[in-house]
Structures are given as structure tokens and as C-alpha cells.
Ligand binder design. Structure first.
Ligand code: MN
Length: 711
């Protein structure tokens, strides 16, 4: 194929084609590929040129042909997408970019077994159908030259991928010819023996029956003419791959396969189609269940035809497809034909952009069933989905707007529950980042980590949301049980009694609970008073309510200190119940409690260290102060958003101090009253997933001076 030949081909169906543009794309691509060569030994440029030639057979517009010429320049040469934009404008650059992205996607397909999802991904990413058409033509030419590739396993992989992904894609957009050729080429590579055996048998059959196909076609034509119907009739044996598939699917042998012969009857009008059908059914016996009317009920991809199978003139079952010339072109060229007819009807010129969506709408207007509506809008429907890869290459399908949280729960509930971070395409991103098509997502998990209640707001899938809700409900229940048990233990201990399992079972029975655990949970969430539980076990204690004095030094919830010794919590490190702690006693001073990692400990003499731990009543100590450092984006409302998150998670803000402010972000310390470390962790987790928050850390340092606060 030469430059002039390509231009002539385009001119043949589009006399107003922009010749200069085609010439420019030709020269540009040829220079870019320079001295690159194909596996066949041909100059590389022969490939884009052949791809362009394939697309001229589909009579595609100039931007598509130019895109075909340029389609490998960005992927394989020094040319950038900006270069293409500068030289050929937005439209062509957009198309070339689309094809390049699909090519990059191919790198993943090797490891994915989910062909259906992969096809959807290709459709979702081809927001212009022309991108897909170029990609299919690219694959077709690569399949035609497959034999030049030396490595057998590489050939097989490409052939399998063609069979799994590209051939069905071609079929889905109605391009039956391309589908069949792709299948046949792949079949030849994957199972040459099966293919040869079918071809041999077809040959033998044809020889043994003389030119049976021709005779039957003539007979059909004659019968139709008798009834005044002018028709073009031709027949052919089915393709080897489709015969082979039928043999496999139906568990038949070759001799049992009846509909090896297929005939097409092309007439002028839809009315003629029905008349021709009547003639065929009158002349030969039809086979019930084989009749399909895709004219009154077009196929999902726009295909229209009448199919019927009759016992033909030579007592052989023959399948006949009846259609008009227009229906025929659509059947052969699929979506590519739709807009051409439309434009011819409206007198539009060929250089107006292809709007596949408009074609879909047109198909829709013609159709009448809901099912069809769904099928037709399918291309469009995938625009509402994103398809992302796991690090292993599995494809996960998600609704648009889905975040790494949704992704994690889609992979596995446990993974979702233990998520602490995410990498997209190798880069750390906040958990609220919306995912895009083709993203590779790696979830960072940590054993023992738990979901934040805030995730429910950033997840978009029902699955993630319900799992988060379920987890939190369980976690709350566990928390209530733990807490309720502690309260009861103290209540019983204060009364000089022991909290025994047996006693609790009795209480549970009395309250119609099945387990003591439920009693603890009731107490823990405040639905049942601990004293009432005590009294129900020891009724004589009823009067003594209120008599039991708090423990000596009631406020002391630190174990390891001699009774009566006073202490306070370090202002340097703000220990929280749950932290590992050490007491420091200096002569003449109160004991100061520090966290184990507090710098102040290093300054103190080890001699002065006292081994302490939180007492059981620490939970009832009341709120304790924790300090966190938050860095937020410098956007309106950021500070308020942070305060809302803290409040919503039960934290009481005690003080706020801005420590750093610049045009990009500002940082501040917040002192929050929390119950314990777990409560603090919960707040930190909720802050981390907020959109405005860049970082959150717990701070240990000197206390916030009074009057330092900012409101
Ligand atoms: Mn290519």
C-alpha cells in the first residue's frame, strides 16, 4: 500500500476528504518510526499503514484514518501526545491518546483471567468508539502477521487474548466480519489440527455434492423470482471456528451438524423481507424453533435480519438470513455503518465528527423493549463504572466515584476492616481518593486495625457501607460488654462480694437474656443500673445503697502507688488510660505519671521510677486530655470540618492553638478530652480520612499555656 493508494481509497467514499491532513499524518508517522522494523522484517511503518487500510474498508472518517497512521507513535517513538496535538489538533490527539491508553492496558491483560471485565474496561475507556475501531484494526493486522513472531508461547498468548477479548468486542459492536476473521486467525494458532480437520471435511463435502451451495442459491433465487421478488442470493459454508464451537457446545460430530450451509437473501425493502420469508416457508418445510425475526425485534448491537432454517431443495437443512442492503451493511460493518446511513439521510458531510452516542440514541429510538434499551446504552453504562487492578492483576469492577475503601471491601471484608492506607499506581493516596479506570490499587493493611465510622461516608458501594456498619455495631457491642463488666466488678467489689459467672447467669435468666454478656452490654450502654444487678443477686444489700464509700483516694486509678500518695498526669506527655506508664517521684514533690516514651523520663533518675499501671477504675476516671497535631489544607471551612469530626466522635475540644500557617496549609494543636487510648485512636482515624486533613499525629510536649488558645 502506498501513500497515493491510501488517499484514493478514502476519496472513493469521501470525495471531500482532507488530503493534506492524510498526507501529513502519513509522512509524520513514517518519519517517527524511522528505522524501526517489524518481526516480519518489514519497515515498522507498514503496520500503521495496513491498520489505516483496514479502516478504509469500514469507510471511516479522516481523523480515524489519521489516528490509525499515528497510533503507535506515542507508544513506540520519541513523539509525545503534545507533539500530536500541535501538529494535528485536539480531536486526533484525543483519539491517539485513547488508543495509546488501550495499548498500555494490554500489559495487564496477560495476568487477568476475567475477560468479561476486561472487555467492559476497554469499552469504558473508549469514550469515542473510533478509538475502539482503531484498536480492533490494530489487533487484526497483528493477528494477520502473527506467524512472524518467533516465540510460540507469545503467539499463543496473543491468539488467546484475541479470542477472549477482541473478537467478542468486535461482535458486541456488531462487526461480524472482523469478529470472524479474528476468531479464525486465533483458531489457526491455538488449534491448527482441529481447524485443518474441519476445513478438510468441508472441502470433501463440497466435492462430493458438486457445487451444492451454488445450486441451492440458484434455486432460492428462482423461487423468489417466480413471486416477483428481485433478490441477491449467496451461500457459503460457515467458518471453521463457528463450526468447531458448535461441535464442542452441542457435543455433536461433524456429520450430525446440520446447519453448515448458510445463505443470505438480500432484498430491497423490509416488506420484501417478509414476502421472501413467506415464499421460502411455502416452498420448503421450515424447522420450528429456528425462526427469528430481528427486524421487528433488532439485536442489541443494531443487527436486523430474519433468520429461518428450512429443509432445502436437496433435503439438507439450510439456514437462510433475509435482509435489506442497508441491514446487510450494518450487519457486516456494525456501528461503523450506522452513522454513515444517518449522515446520508440528513445530508451531512463526512467530516463531521462521529458521535457514537448519537447512533446509540438513534438505535434506541428504533427499538421498543426495555431490555434493548439497557443493551443499547451498555457502552454508555460502562462510563458509570471504573475497573481497577489488584497488584496481582485481577480486575475489580466498581461504581464511578468509588474509593480505595470500596476497593478493599470488594476484594475481601477482612482486608476492608484492616485497611490503614492505599497506594494507587505506586503512590500513597488518601483513602477518600476516587479511583479511575485502569488504576492499580494496593491496600495497606494492619492487623488489629479497625474501620472508622467516618468511612461510611466516603464509601460509595453498598457492600463497603454495610460491612463498615456491621463492624462498628459489633465493636460497640464488645466495648459495652467490656465496660459493663468492669462497672459490675467494681459494684460487686465495693459491696464486698465477688462477681461470679453463676450469679450473672441467674441475673441473665431473670432479665430474659440468653447470656451474661447481654447483661454486661446493657450495663455498659447505660440501659441497666449496676446497682440493680447487685441487688437482684443480693437483695439484702438494697438498703445499703449509697453506703459503700468510694475507695480511699477514690480518684487514684493508678495501681502500684501506696494508698494516699497523690499524683498528677504529666503535662509533657498527657498519658491516657491504655498507655504504658511510669511514675516518677522526686523528694518533696507529687508523683508524676509519664508515658513510657516521654522524654522527661530520660531526665529523671531511674531510682525515682515507680512501676505503675492503670487501675480497673481508670475507665471511670472521666475524660483525660490528649493532644494532637493536625495539618489541614488552607481552604475555607477546614478548621470547622476538623472540629466537627472530633465532636462527632465524642471528643470534647479543650483547647486549640495554631502552630504554623502558610498559603498551602496550616497546622495546629488540639487538646481533646478523651476516655482512653482507643477513643483517641478512633478520633485520629476519623480525622485521617477527612478530605481536608493532610496529617494527624498525637503530640507529647509541654502543655498549652492558658490564654494561648485561638478560636
Ligand atoms: Mn499497533
Amino acid at each position: 500500500m502506498r501513500q497515493t493508494e491510501l488517499i484514493e481509497r478514502v476519496k472513493a467514499y469521501d470525495p471531500n476528504a482532507d488530503e493534506a491532513l492524510l498526507n501529513k499524518a502519513y509522512v509524520y508517522a513514517m518519519n517517527a518510526h524511522g528505522k524501526q522494523f517489524r518481526a516480519s522484517g518489514d519497515p515498522y511503518f507498514t503496520h500503521p499503514l495496513e491498520v489505516a487500510a483496514i479502516l478504509t474498508e469500514l469507510k471511516l472518517d479522516v481523523p480515524t484514518i489519521a489516528t490509525a497512521l499515528l497510533h503507535d507513535t506515542v507508544e513506540d517513538t520519541y513523539v509525545t501526545i503534545e507533539d500530536v496535538k500541535k501538529n494535528f489538533g485536539e480531536e486526533i490527539a484525543g483519539l491517539v491518546d485513547g488508543v495509546t491508553k488501550l495499548s498500555q492496558l494490554e500489559l495487564f491483560s496477560e495476568s487477568t483471567k476475567q475477560a468479561e471485565n476486561f472487555r467492559k474496561l476497554m469499552l469504558a475507556m473508549s469514550n469515542d468508539i473510533r478509538v475502539l475501531l482503531v484498536k480492533l484494526a490494530d489487533r487484526l493486522h497483528n493477528m494477520r502477521t502473527l506467524s512472524y513472531i518467533e516465540k510460540p508461547d507469545k503467539r499463543r498468548r496473543i491468539a488467546q487474548e484475541t479470542l477472549d477479548i477482541y473478537a467478542p468486542l468486535a461482535g458486541r459492536i456488531g462487526m461480524q466480519n472482523m469478529r470472524e476473521e479474528l476468531e479464525d486467525l486465533a483458531f489457526a494458532e491455538l488449534d491448527p489440527e482441529a481447524r485443518n480437520s474441519i476445513l478438510t471435511r468441508l472441502n470433501r463435502l463440497e466435492t462430493s455434492t458438486g457445487n451444492r451451495v451454488g445450486r441451492i442459491a440458484d434455486e432460492i433465487k428462482r423461487k423468489l423470482a417466480e413471486h416477483g421478488i428481485d433478490a441477491w442470493v449467496y451461500g457459503r459454508a460457515k467458518r471453521a471456528y463457528s463450526i468447531w464451537r458448535k461441535l464442542k457446545d452441542k457435543q455433536l460430530n461433524f456429520e450430525q451438524l446440520s446447519d453448515i450451509l448458510g445463505f443470505r437473501v438480500i432484498v430491497k425493502t423490509p416488506e420484501d423481507c417478509y414476502r421472501a420469508l413467506g415464499v421460502l416457508h411455502q416452498s420448503w418445510r421450515m424447522i420450528p424453533d429456528r425462526f427469528k425475526d430481528f427486524i421487528s425485534n433488532p439485536k442489541t448491537n443494531g443487527y436486523r435480519s430474519i433468520h429461518t432454517t428450512v429443509i432445502g431443495p436437496e433435503q439438507q437443512r439450510v439456514e437462510v438470513q433475509i435482509r435489506t442492503a442497508e441491514m446487510h451493511e450494518v450487519a457486516e460493518r456494525g456501528v461503523a455503518a450506522h452513522w454513515r446511513y444517518r449522515e446520508r439521510l440528513e445530508g451531512e458531510t463526512m467530516d463531521s465528527a462521529l458521535r457514537w452516542l448519537r447512533d446509540m440514541v438513534e438505535l434506541l429510538e428504533r427499538g421498543d423493549s426495555v431490555e434493548e434499551f439497557l443493551e443499547h446504552s451498555r457502552l454508555n453504562m460502562y462510563q458509570d463504572q471504573v475497573f481497577c487492578f489488584t497488584p496481582k492483576g485481577d480486575l475489580i469492577s466498581l461504581p464511578r466515584g468509588a474509593t480505595p475503601i470500596d476497593f478493599a471491601y470488594m476484594v475481601h471484608t477482612d482486608l476492608g476492616n484492616q485497611t490503614v492506607g492505599a497506594k494507587v499506581n505506586g503512590v500513597h493516596v488518601p483513602l477518600h481518593t476516587p479511583l479511575r479506570n485502569g488504576d492499580q490499587v494496593e491496600i495497606i493493611r494492619q492487623k488489629g486495625s479497625t474501620p472508622s465510622p467516618l468511612w461510611e461516608q466516603i464509601a460509595v458501594t453498598g457492600r463497603a457501607r454495610s460491612e463498615i456498619r456491621r463492624f462498628i455495631k459489633h465493636a460497640q457491642h464488645d466495648e459495652h460488654v467490656r465496660f459493663g463488666r468492669k462497672i459490675l466488678e467494681k459494684e460487686f467489689a465495693d459491696a464486698g462480694q465477688e462477681l461470679t459467672e453463676k450469679a450473672m447467669q441467674a441475673v441473665a435468666k431473670k432479665l430474659r437474656h440468653s447470656r451474661p454478656e447481654d447483661v454486661y452490654a446493657d450495663v455498659g450502654r447505660g440501659a441497666l443500673r449496676s446497682h440493680d444487678v447487685l441487688v437482684s443477686v443480693f437483695p439484702e444489700l438494697k438498703k445499703s445503697k449509697g453506703r459503700s464509700a468510694p475507695k480511699p483516694g477514690g480518684a487514684i486509678s493508678i495501681e502500684g502507688l501506696t494508698e494516699g500518695i497523690s499524683y498528677h498526669l504529666g503535662q509533657c506527655c498527657h498519658p491516657l488510660p491504655g498507655d504504658r506508664i511510669v511514675g516518677v517521684r522526686k523528694p518533696g514533690e507529687v508523683v508524676v505519671i509519664h508515658t513510657i516514651d516521654c522524654e522527661e523520663l530520660e531526665k529523671a533518675d531511674m531510682e525515682d521510677w515507680i512501676d505503675v499501671s492503670w487501675g480497673t477504675s481508670a475507665d471511670e476516671l472521666g475524660p483525660t486530655l490528649a493532644r494532637v497535631s493536625v495539618r489541614v489544607k488552607n481552604v475555607p471551612g477546614a478548621l470547622g470540618a476538623v472540629m466537627t469530626v472530633i465532636g462527632a466522635n465524642g471528643g470534647n475540644i479543650f483547647n486549640v492553638k495554631v502552630t504554623n500557617r502558610n498559603p498551602l496549609f496550616f497546622e495546629f494543636h488540639v487538646d481533646i478530652e478523651v476516655r482512653d487510648v482507643a477513643h483517641l485512636q478512633n478520633i485520629l482515624g476519623a480525622l485521617r480520612v477527612n478530605a481536608v486533613v493532610e496529617s494527624v499525629d498525637r503530640v507529647r510536649g509541654p502543655g498549652v499555656a492558658e490564654g494561648d488558645s485561638v478560636t
